[in-house]
Design a protein around this ligand. Structure first.
Ligand SMILES: *Cc1c(COP(=O)(O)O)cnc(C)c1O
Length: 377
């Protein structure tokens, strides 16, 4: 059976594991020392080539429809390795203005040390990227849906712009996961993930992933070995185990998020709901075109004090991070955007009463009851 042609839920369960004679799960190979006389290429964990690393990297590659996949010790390791693999001294890169705070910080504090220039866009239109292109622009980096306002960028248009300008396109696909969005099939060159979120899905592991073409993969691989952000075998095993239920989890999270978004949108104590699945979302049409589901993340503005509202929730817990099986709520003002000034936050559309929900796999009715109680007292 040709594995590439299998459907997503099947790939999640099986990956490339064809031989079950020694059990249906890949055993954890803990060795860091391997036989140098064997015919295999030299095995070493930091070479990203031990059994568990290869197995789970291949599974994520299959899920993202790529030619090359590698797992990392964190999302940031995957992102910084990708950037440093492609960019060199004198190059220029364009980043979406409202990307994940950790990525923003890494760019502003590290890239200039390597003589790499960068710009951030003002908004998410294709024109705002095009406007910033210079002679030495080598890379464009996007994140859609974005955090925390769930803005949607037209992936195919960005990929087209990059192709016509000889620029490498990179997307952080953490929020959508490969269950809801396949950027490589839309023309993007490199997909990165914080596997700490949906791929891991149980709020208990830190990891990352990169999926790309064979050629770019060779570049990413060389830099990965040098920077050393490899993943240990136990976490590889847990990640592989998590991936078996990725489709199941994300489909349920997506269904629940849609239901919660509709409920909140109708509530008179809620101002705005940001969810790409709502027809009121400004980029709903683009989301519909490029996503197979609208994802498990949403945000909203609650009338009154956000902290007071969160304290009244019972089932839904305040927590940073996202993508777990449990529903969590977080305040961008207090977490991801805490370092910005009030003015900068206002400019970015982050109001003090904005809350972000990472919707889990609980029964949606119980989640709605929890929200209803907190909104009514
Ligand atoms: C969490 C996150 C990251 C960083 O991943 P780590 O696993 O914490 O290193 C990158 N991008 C997005 C969108 C994230 O949510």
């Amino acid at each position: 059976m040709e594995i590439e042609k299998l459907n997503t839920a099947t790939k999640c369960v099986h990956g490339l594991s064809e031989n079950v004679s020694q059990g249906v799960n890949t055993p954890i190979h803990t060795s860091t020392a391997y036989d140098y006389l064997s015919d295999d290429p030299l095995n070493y964990p930091r070479y990203f080539n031990t059994v568990n690393q290869k197995e789970v990297g291949e599974k994520i590659r299959l899920l993202e429809h790529g030619e090359f996949g590698l797992v990392f010790s964190s999302g940031m390791a995957a992102i910084t390795t990708s950037l440093l693999a492609v960019l060199k001294k004198g190059d220029h890169a364009i980043f979406q203005g409202d990307i994940y705070g950790g990525t923003h910080y890494a760019i502003t504090s590290e890239l200039s040390k390597f003589g790499i220039e960068f710009s951030f866009t003002d908004d998410i239109t294709v024109q705002s990227f095009e406007r910033l292109i210079q002679k030495n622009t080598r890379l464009i980096y996007i994140e859609t849906p974005s955090n925390p306002l769930l803005k949607i960028i037209d992936i195919a248009s960005i990929a087209g712009l990059c192709q016509s300008s000889n620029i490498i396109s990179v997307i952080d696909n953490t929020f959508a996961s490969p269950i809801n969005q396949l950027p490589l099939t839309l023309g993007i060159d490199i997909v990165t993930h914080s596997g700490t979120k949906y791929l891991g899905g149980h709020s208990d592991i830190t990891c990352g992933a990169v999926v790309t073409s064979k050629d770019l993969g060779a570049e990413v691989y060389k830099t990965a070995v040098n920077l050393g952000g490899s993943l240990d075998p136990q976490t590889c095993y847990l990640l592989d185990r998590s991936l078996k239920t990725l489709a199941l989890r994300v489909n349920e999270q997506t269904k629940n998020a849609h239901q919660l978004a509709r409920y909140l949108a109708d509530h008179d104590k809620i101002d705005n709901v940001y969810y790409p699945g709502l027809t009121s979302h400004p980029n709903h049409d683009i989301a519909k075109k490029q996503m197979t589901g609208f994802g498990g993340m949403l945000s909203f503005e609650v009338k009154g004090d956000a902290d007071e509202f969160v304290k009244k929730l019972n089932l839904i817990k305040p927590a940073i991070s996202l993508g777990g099986v449990e529903t969590t709520v977080s305040s961008p003002e207090r977490t991801s955007h805490a370092k910005l000034t009030a003015d900068q936050r206002a400019h970015a559309g982050i109001k003090p009463n904005l809350l972000r929900l990472s919707v889990g796999i609980e029964d949606a009715n119980d989640l709605i009851t929890d929200l209803e109680k907190a909104l009514s007292i």
